[in-house]
Write a protein that binds this ligand. Structure first.
Ligand SMILES: Cc1cc2nc3c(=O)[nH]c(=O)nc-3n(C[C@H](O)[C@H](O)[C@H](O)COP(=O)(O)OP(=O)(O)OC[C@H]3O[C@@H](n4cnc5c(N)ncnc54)[C@H](O)[C@@H]3O)c2cc1C
Length: 233
């Protein structure tokens, strides 16, 4: 639901959205913000790590984001926003300030942790930092996990800043290329593989995992978060 007439959104939001307020904004790095939302309506919600929420980012536009944390007992939810600077969602997230009232739709979506898997492999980009943090926190221990996040050259410390215990790989000429090269050197037999972020990279990495690494289709879980030239997935 990336777009909706404003009059319809005004009618539906009070029925379906969870009211909250921004209680903290942290600039983790230029282009990366962690925002905390709090509210009584965020308590007691049935939520699973990996699920997404939706924000109304303009009178007519909605965008999906993933809680990096949702404490349903205290009603605290956090999102790590990558500010790519090319759309209304990014601009909205950049403008958020403590005290702002924000209505939240969801949770929804079916990307989840495979609790029975003997090992876990994560591949994604900047938009997945919150997703991976939430999923890794939800994994049963002891952990066998591995993974890489593709970031712009110079932003390799973004993983440490968000507390994501995976490897940072610097983006090369084309998106997904650095992840593909990393995958060639890193195998984790029997792992369930979680792919998210840039749609084109996911398609290429799925193919590589299936054809070159002998991954079973049932052990691949993926979700495209954005696509070149496409507004609001
Ligand atoms: C289920 C789900 C969960 C998501 N969770 C998160 C999250 O937790 N944190 C987060 O930061 N993002 C997350 N995203 C991605 C985010 O919703 C998209 O990046 C979205 O496009 C942002 O909206 P926008 O209005 O800024 O840009 P849009 O209007 O959607 O797009 C405008 C232009 O920007 C380009 N664009 C979009 N995203 C990027 C990008 N990352 N890098 C470069 N160019 C881009 C598009 O190709 C398009 O050309 C999630 C997406 C989905 C579907």
């Amino acid at each position: 639901m990336p777009e909706m007439p404003a009059v319809l959104a005004n009618t539906l939001m009070p029925w379906f959205a969870k009211p909250s307020h921004v209680s903290r904004v942290e600039t983790l790095a230029p282009g990366l913000r962690r925002v905390r939302f709090e509210g009584a309506s965020l308590r007691g919600v049935s939520y699973e790590a990996g699920q997404e929420v939706e924000f109304r980012v303009s009178p007519t536009e909605f965008r999906h984001y993933t809680p990096s944390l949702w404490d349903v007992e205290s009603g605290v939810l956090e999102v790590v926003f990558y500010l790519h600077g090319q759309g209304p969602g990014s601009a909205w997230a950049e403008a958020l300030e403590p005290g702002d009232a924000v209505d939240i739709l969801g949770p929804g979506g079916r990307l989840s942790v495979d609790a029975d898997a003997p090992a876990h492999l994560f591949l994604g980009d900047e938009t997945c930092l919150g997703l991976f943090q939430a999923m890794i926190r939800a994994l049963p221990s002891p952990l066998r996990l591995l993974g890489a996040v593709e970031v712009a050259p110079g932003a390799e410390d973004w993983l440490a800043r968000t507390g994501v215990p995976l490897t940072a790989v610097a983006r090369r000429a084309s998106r997904g290329e650095a992840l593909s090269a990393w995958l060639e050197q890193n195998v984790l037999p029997g792992a369930t593989c979680y792919l998210a972020g840039h749609a084109g990279s996911i398609v290429a990495l799925r193919k590589q995992l299936l054809e070159r690494h002998g991954c079973a289709r049932r052990s691949l879980r993926s979700k495209a978060y954005w696509a070149d030239g496409k507004r609001g997935l």
